[in-house]
Design a protein around this ligand. Sequence first.
Ligand code: ADQ
Length: 460
Amino acid sequence: MAGRLIVISNRIPLEGPGSGGLVVALHEALTDRGGIWIGAQETDADTASEKFTRHEAPGYEKLTFELTAKDQEEYYLGFSNSVLWPLCHRRTDLIDFESRYADGYERVNRRLAHMLAEILEPEDRVWVHDYHFFPLACFLRELGVKNRVGYFLHIPFPNGSDLPALPHHETFIDWISSYDLIGLQTQRDVAVCLEFFRGHPKAELLLDGSAKYGSRTTQVRSFPIGIDVDVMLQAADARRADATLRLGDGERLIIGVDRLDYSKGLVNRLKAMESWLQHREPDEPRATLLQIAPPSREKVLAYREIRDEMELLTGKINGEYSEIDWTPVRYIHKPVERELLAALYRRADVGLVTSLADGMNLVAKEYVASQDPEDPGVLVLSNFAGAAEQMPDALIVNPYDVDEVGEAISQALRMPLDERKARYRELMRGVQEQDIRWWTRAYLDALARCPVNLATETEG
Ligand code: ADQ
């Protein structure tokens, strides 16, 4: 199909192709098809430029739009991460709203829409990523843009009953119905999104699963994101964790890897570990939870609070259960380079994912991809992570029930090799079949096949 692919994401790797599954996949999709990758860049200036800045990239163009300190505070930390993030992760109690945040969010999205409309050619397809840009297509349509515009939401779709917590929530339907294709992580998200359309007096669901609002039709489908399996496997093969990590004789390893975010259920995880320690049988081996949780969004209060809570609880558990030669919780508040991470995943007998709400959770897939097929570890996975829909062979747990998670840890540590292998084979098959390249292909094929919406105006 003719026309360029235009990708919009808040973060853009400016040095080289970048690392991380999503970044590499977008890089490859753009290299194959040609096009433009647009992302944000901070500026010290008081006023953001109305023009994109061009960056060198082989095979396609990289453009950035500027964010001033005020934009950063209002659009990024404010509306995106203190309003939309908690809303989508079912934590309306943590919404911290100021009206300037909504203004900043609209300002940045409108500015970007204007800049984009200037450079779009008729056959271009636009692929917008994530909650930073919910209204972008709507603002583009207001400027008369008729191109196919697709959206992928990496985090859960907000519950319709929570949406009234969003200021000016009546406009949300205009925002999302301006896209031709809404891609979501899970079937569950698709159901929530369609339910939102169904509940709107002016919207209608069509038999093919799309939603009609005014004169526009929007396809809503799930495209579970995957990982680059080979990169993970090679990294896990390349390095052994033992040189870096010393454990006692016969001591087992449980691993958790997450940004320090309240949606990841880290406090529940520590409590589950505490429950396991409390109920541990005398013949059960010792195990250590290695929790790697790099800092994230520390300018937002809720993130500073979770950090304090983690430090307190780690201290409490270790104070109660440590022995001279054993510390049950090792908590590392730093990023770890990819190769070591893969080696640690492989070394770990148990991968522990206890999100309370999570779009997909790539760690679950990375853990499986890093395992030794002859001696694989066991994945314990929250029912609230999108990944649970595709990974029924993990030990699926309710992260709110810390005793249940504690029992799952115990079950995982005792699981016989045959059962571990059988579960691993099924999990790995899924991770390999629906990897990151499958995901970009599936999304872009669906966007190319979307019926074109000729009308561009939005329904008031
Ligand atoms: P995140 O919330 O960031 O992503 P996740 O999917 O788990 O969550 O991805 C995190 C990535 O960061 C993984 O690749 C992981 O290896 C890496 N990482 C985490 N801690 C690290 C550490 N200490 N050092 C190095 N790397 C670390 C959002 C959504 C998810 C969705 C993804 C992709 O919240 O639900 O799966 O986007 O769509």
